[in-house]
Design a protein around this ligand. Structure first.
Ligand code: SF4
Length: 212
C-alpha cells in the first residue's frame, strides 16, 4: 500500500520532472535508490568512459561499485596514488562520456544549484563531459530558487565541510559564516537554469532522502 509520504513524493516529483523537461533537462523520477541505480546503468552504454564528482549519494546507493563492476572505462580519483594523479583525473573527467554527480538543491521550478570548492564538479556540470547524470534525493527539492541557494549554502555546505581536512569556521560551529577562507568549499556557486545542449544533463529525482 502506498504511504502518504510516497504519494506526496510522487506528486511533487511529477511537477519537478515536468518543470525540468521544460528547461531541456532529460528528467526521470525513481521512487527508490535501487530503481535509480538501475536507471543510471540503463542510460550509460557499455564501453563508455565515466567519471564522477565527490558525492555521498552516488556512493551510498552502490552506484560507484556497480560501475567498477561493469564494462566501462572508469575515472575514479579515489584510486589516485598522488595528488597530481588525482588532479589529472579531475581533468580527465571533463572529457568523459558521462559525468555523474548529485545536486545540492533543485528548485521546484526546475533550476539546479551546486556549490564547489575547487570547482571541478561544477566545471563538469557546465561544460566538458558529453553527458551529465545527476542523482538527487527528493529531500533536496526546495520551493524556489532562493530556498535552493539557501539550502546549498547553509545546510549542505556546512555538513559537507565535515568530510574534508580543512580549516573553515563551519567546522567549528556547524553553521556557515560566509567565510573567505582559503579552504572554503564554497568558492563556486553554480545555478543551472537549462540544459544546453538539450538533454545533455539528465536528472534522476529519487523518492528517498539521499545525501545532505
Ligand atoms: S563557513 Fe565557509 S566553507 Fe563553511 S559553509 Fe560557509 S562559506 Fe562554506
Amino acid at each position: 500500500m502506498t504511504t502518504p509520504l510516497e504519494s506526496r513524493n510522487a506528486l511533487l516529483a511529477k511537477t519537478v520532472v515536468s518543470n525540468l523537461e521544460k528547461r531541456h533537462f532529460e528528467a526521470y523520477y525513481c521512487p527508490t535508490a535501487q530503481e535509480a541505480l538501475k536507471k543510471v546503468l540503463d542510460l550509460i552504454p557499455e564501453g563508455s568512459s565515466i567519471g564522477w564528482g565527490g558525492s555521498m549519494s552516488i556512493r551510498d546507493m552502490g552506484l560507484t561499485k556497480a560501475i567498477h563492476e561493469g564494462n566501462y572505462t572508469v575515472i575514479d580519483r579515489d584510486l589516485a596514488q598522488t595528488p597530481e594523479e588525482a588532479a589529472q583525473m579531475q581533468r580527465d573527467c571533463l572529457q568523459a562520456d558521462y559525468f555523474i554527480t548529485s545536486a545540492n538543491a533543485i528548485a521546484e521550478e526546475g533550476i539546479m544549484v551546486n556549490i564547489d570548492g575547487t570547482g571541478n564538479r561544477v566545471a563538469a556540470i557546465c561544460f566538458g563531459p558529453k553527458n551529465v547524470i545527476v542523482v538527487c534525493g527528493i529531500n533536496k527539492v526546495t520551493q524556489n530558487l532562493d530556498a535552493a541557494i539557501s539550502r546549498a549554502r547553509f545546510v549542505a555546505a556546512p555538513i559537507n565541510a565535515g568530510r574534508f581536512d580543512i580549516q573553515t569556521p563551519c567546522k567549528i560551529t556547524g553553521k556557515c559564516h560566509n567565510c573567505t577562507s582559503a579552504d572554503s568549499i564554497c568558492s563556486e556557486v553554480l545555478i543551472t537554469r537549462t540544459s544546453r545542449p538539450a538533454n545533455r544533463v539528465k536528472i534522476i529525482l529519487v523518492g528517498e532522502d539521499m545525501g545532505y
